[in-house]
Ligand binder design. Structure first.
Ligand code: ADP
Length: 457
């Protein structure tokens, strides 16, 4: 359908353009020839020349001379002033009754071009002459009508030939144009069916080539998004399914009284932790969805960063106290321009991770340092560390280094992706350096212009 209509349009446009150009040029050519001043001049010159020759000729030699002229392309008529023709045999020259008077009473010196009707390449010119002191009117008729007709035929037939060859070539050329578009349509249909792996080949660098490159780019982006969506759904289902399985298992065990009475509290604790985990998961998912949306709340202001960090440490006291951790703070007094609520989430997530992955009795260092480039906030622990190969994926959603989850470290792999998202919203950056068995440092970099001017970039 598309192929046919595009073919029809291209070929139709071409033929219309050619036919119109042929018609326009044909009619303009005829029009200009009809009014051709140069042609008139030519006829006048010939007439004057012939008049001079005849005037120099004896009266009795005039018929022979006229006959000689007839053999060329012009006919001649000579009339006496009285209206009497000079010669017996006259070729048919289209003269009107007033022609003789027109010639004698013309104000011009030059020969007069008489009205030539509809014929394009035919002219009659008249001039008064004297033969042996007698006044005569000489008429000369130049007729190229037949030659004109054959030229026209030649022009029209070559234009028609051009039209024919051109139509054939345009038919082939438009196939070259339409084929990639047809392929694109089929590929788009494939994509609509859910096959995102379709790609098209194109060597051309023209607009169609660009369209194909853009299509391939779009297809690979859609494929990536689809893959992410699939992974996301399966991760969410997994994260929901595993706590539900343990909740179901433990409640059933308690119900069936399989669990010894003295262990019941321990099992109830696990159930409680699992419900907490589920609730954290839904909280984090909601937070991420809100951050992902275009209209997430973002209210930056200037505030004291060191105070915010102190508050975070205080708020998490029960967690680090229960592990007997030592928190060492080295905080420069610094003001930054950011969304307080969002950044609080960043410090909380990083600090809670440091607590989670630190051994009991361990240390955590929090450092705020300001230099010429900006403010650096680093949270350092001496815990289990992160394997090098895991670092590139650390901020991915649902990424966990240790897939086999233990109850004491029950995360859902969303904490760092929330941190990354908030950091990106602020145009800050985050770095990780870690060594397995030695610990990790997470550093948030707040560039200069965003903290002391009070303006976001
Ligand atoms: P979770 O809620 O599972 O901690 P995060 O997104 O916060 O999710 O972290 C992703 C993974 O990165 C964690 O599962 C953990 O394996 C690793 N990780 C994060 N912070 C630390 C840290 N301070 N020390 C060691 N590993 C860490």
């Amino acid at each position: 359908m598309l192929k046919r209509s595009l073919y029809v349009r291209i070929v139709g446009t071409f033929i219309t353009v050619v036919v119109l150009s042929v018609l326009i040029s044909y009619f303009t050519m005829s029009f200009f020839f009809h009014n051709e001043v140069i042609f008139d001049e030519e006829v006048k010159n010939v007439t004057s020349g012939v008049a001079e020759i005849i005037e120099l000729t004896e009266l009795e030699d005039v018929p022979a001379l006229v006959e000689t002229f007839q053999t060329y392309y012009f006919n001649i008529m000579i009339f006496h002033e009285s209206g009497e023709p000079l010669l017996d045999q006259y070729p048919s020259i289209p003269l009107s009754d007033s022609s003789i008077i027109d010639v004698f009473y013309s104000a011009e010196e030059d020969p007069v071009i008489l009205p030539h009707g509809k014929r394009e390449a035919s002219r009659v010119a008249g001039i008064p002459i004297e033969i042996e002191q007698e006044p005569y009117a000489l008429f000369l008729h130049l007729d190229y009508e037949e030659e004109m007709l054959s030229i026209k035929k030649l022009v029209v037939s070559s234009l028609l030939f051009v039209l024919l060859i051109g139509s054939l070539l345009i038919l082939l050329a438009s196939r070259r144009l339409v084929t990639p578009i047809k392929k694109l349509t089929n590929a788009a249909k494939e994509m609509a069916k859910g096959n995102f792996s379709v790609r098209l080949k194109s060597k051309d660098k023209d607009e169609v080539g660009e369209l194909i490159t853009s299509f391939n780019h779009m297809a690979s982006e859609v494929e990536k998004i689809d893959k992410m969506r699939e992974d996301f759904v399966s991760s969410v289902s997994h994260e929901i399914q595993s706590p539900l399985t343990s909740i179901r298992g433990f409640t059933k065990a308690i119900q069936d009284e399989v669990v010894p009475k003295q262990n019941e509290k321990e099992y109830l604790d696990i159930i409680y932790q699992e419900t907490e985990r589920l609730s954290r998961l839904s909280e984090n998912l909601l937070r991420l969805a809100s951050l992902d949306s275009e209209h997430h709340p973002y209210h930056p202001e200037v505030y004291k960063l060191d105070e915010q960090i102190r508050r975070t440490v205080l708020a998490t006291e029960p967690q680090w106290k229960s592990k007997n951790l030592q928190i060492l703070l080295e905080l420069d007094t610094v003001e930054i321009y950011a969304d307080q609520d969002l950044l609080e989430q960043v410090w909380l997530n990083l600090f809670i991770n440091a607590i989670k992955y630190s051994p009991p009795e361990g240390e955590i260092h929090i450092h705020i340092q300001e230099d010429t480039s900006g403010v650096k906030v680093s949270i350092k622990d001496y815990g289990k560390g992160i394997p090098e190969e895991a670092i590139p994926y650390l901020f991915d959603r649902f990424f966990k280094v240790d897939k086999a989850r233990t109850n004491s470290i029950a995360g859902n792999g969303l904490g760092l992706s929330i941190v990354k998202k908030i950091v990106m919203i602020h145009h800050f950056s985050i770095e990780v350096s870690s060594k397995e068995g030695e610990g990790s440092v997470f550093t948030v970099l707040i560039p200069k212009q965003q903290n002391d001017t009070g303006q976001t970039s």
